[in-house]
Each structure stands twice: as C-alpha cells, then as structure tokens.
Design a protein around this ligand. Sequence first.
Ligand SMILES: [Fe+2]
Length: 290
Amino acid sequence: MTITVKARHPALGAEIQGIDMRRPMDPETLRAVSDAWTKHLVLVFPDQRVTDQEHVAFTRQFGEPEVFHQTSLNLRSDRVKEIFLVSNVDDQNRLMRPSEPSQKQLSSSRQWHTDSSYRLMPSVGSLLHGIEISRTGGITQFINMYMVYDDLPDGLRGQVEGRKARHDFSMLHRLTGAPPPTAQEQAAMPPVWHPMVRRHPVSGRKSLYISSIYNDGIEGMDDKAARRLIEELTEFSAQPKYMYRHVWEPHDVVMWDNRCTVHAVTPHDPDERRVMHRTTIVGREPVMAA
Ligand SMILES: [Fe+2]
C-alpha cells in the first residue's frame, strides 16, 4: 500500500489517502502512518465505511483499546465494549434531549480537554468515526500543545514547570450537572496527578498537558487559583495559529494524539442527529515530566 499525506493546517492535521481500514496494514504502511501521526498529530482518513469491529481491529494496530469504566450513563456500546458513543441517538434510534444525563455529560466535550487524562496511565490517542455528522456545528477543533508550550509567556511558563495538576473524572458532573459516578465507578477512577509539562515518548518533544474538564487542582495552589491558571492556560492555547478545525464528512475517521493535543467540539442544533463512535488507545506508561 502507498499512502499520500496532505497537511490540512500548518500547525497540525493531515489527510491520509490510500488506506482501507477494513484491512490490516502491512508493516511498512503502519510505519508510514505512525510517522505521519508523529509529525501531524491529527490524521484524517476520509470515507472509511467501517463496522465497529473493523474500527476496533484497526485501532489494535496502534495499541490496546480502552474499555470505558463508566456504565451508568450508557456511553459505552453494549454490542462492542471498546466503542465509546459520542452520539445523541440511543440504542432504540431515539433522538436524545440535551437535558438527558448522557447528553449533559457529553456537553463537557465543548470545552478543551484531552481524553482519559484522569487515568493513571492516560491514553495515547483516540479514533473517532463520524457515522452521522452534524451540518449545523459539531466541528472538532484541535490544538498543537507542543507549539503552545514553546510559545508560553514566561509568567505562565514559570507556573507550570515542574508542577503537577490533579485530573479527576468526577469533575464532569460538577461541571455539567450530569449524575455523579456511582461509588464503584468512583473507586475505579480516583483522582490522579500528572506533570503539567510532559515529554512525548516518541517525538521527545515537550508539551503543555492540561485538560480543563478534569483539572481541579494544582500542586502548591489553592483550588480557586488553580482553576484560574487552568483557564488562563486554556485561553492562551486556543489561538487559531495552533488550531486545526475539522469539518466532518460522513465516514471520516479522525485519529488524534492525546499526549500533545487538546480538542473541543463546537455546539450544534440539538434537533440534528449526530452519531459518532470512538475508540481510545490505552496508555503505555505514566506521564513523564520534562
Ligand atoms: Fe474528547
């Protein structure tokens, strides 16, 4: 297989042609895709009409898929347990309202974050398959956090170097009004501390590592000041020069690196169906400080 790689934005994001996700990649192609991923951080694979099983099988070429620990909100597929549902349509094909618990929790994805940062070993990356896409919004925006780190003004840099931030899954319900995780779910995901500056195990580059929907504390700061700093860092990050905005076409699969990017989705008309299935690659090591 020969692939072509076309950058979509100078900061990050590239389109990959020449892949059929329904078939395994040969070692050379896998290496070429992995290299493109390291370079562009976000890869777009257009027109991939994959089943959930094929989506999971493709993901396995990069690592073990996560199984979402929370089952109380039906955000994990009953049929294929490695699939996380980023959808406003339920198993009975019913359009859900924004006031329903799962939709409240999913509304957090409109704020800048990186997936699964609340895990002791946070995920490597995610692959999102757009099955029914939005035309009224639902644009997924990505930020290159290497560039953000490189450009941090001294005042902000001094506050993040050598520091750890707390990442807590249960912050989602405090933020969105979704039901709290059950006692069992809470016990499975206690809060964790990760360096705010991390070094990427493949590229060797440093990036700012924050997740505004999970960070509720910073070492050596009271929680209010910590939240203010996270907000200030997030605002600095969200500049167009660091951002690729992905406008979805049906059956795009977008694969991003959770170690050096953050993302946020724009709102869309809640009367419009949006059905997207995600796999998330299990982290291989704890977050390394700079
Ligand atoms: Fe996300």
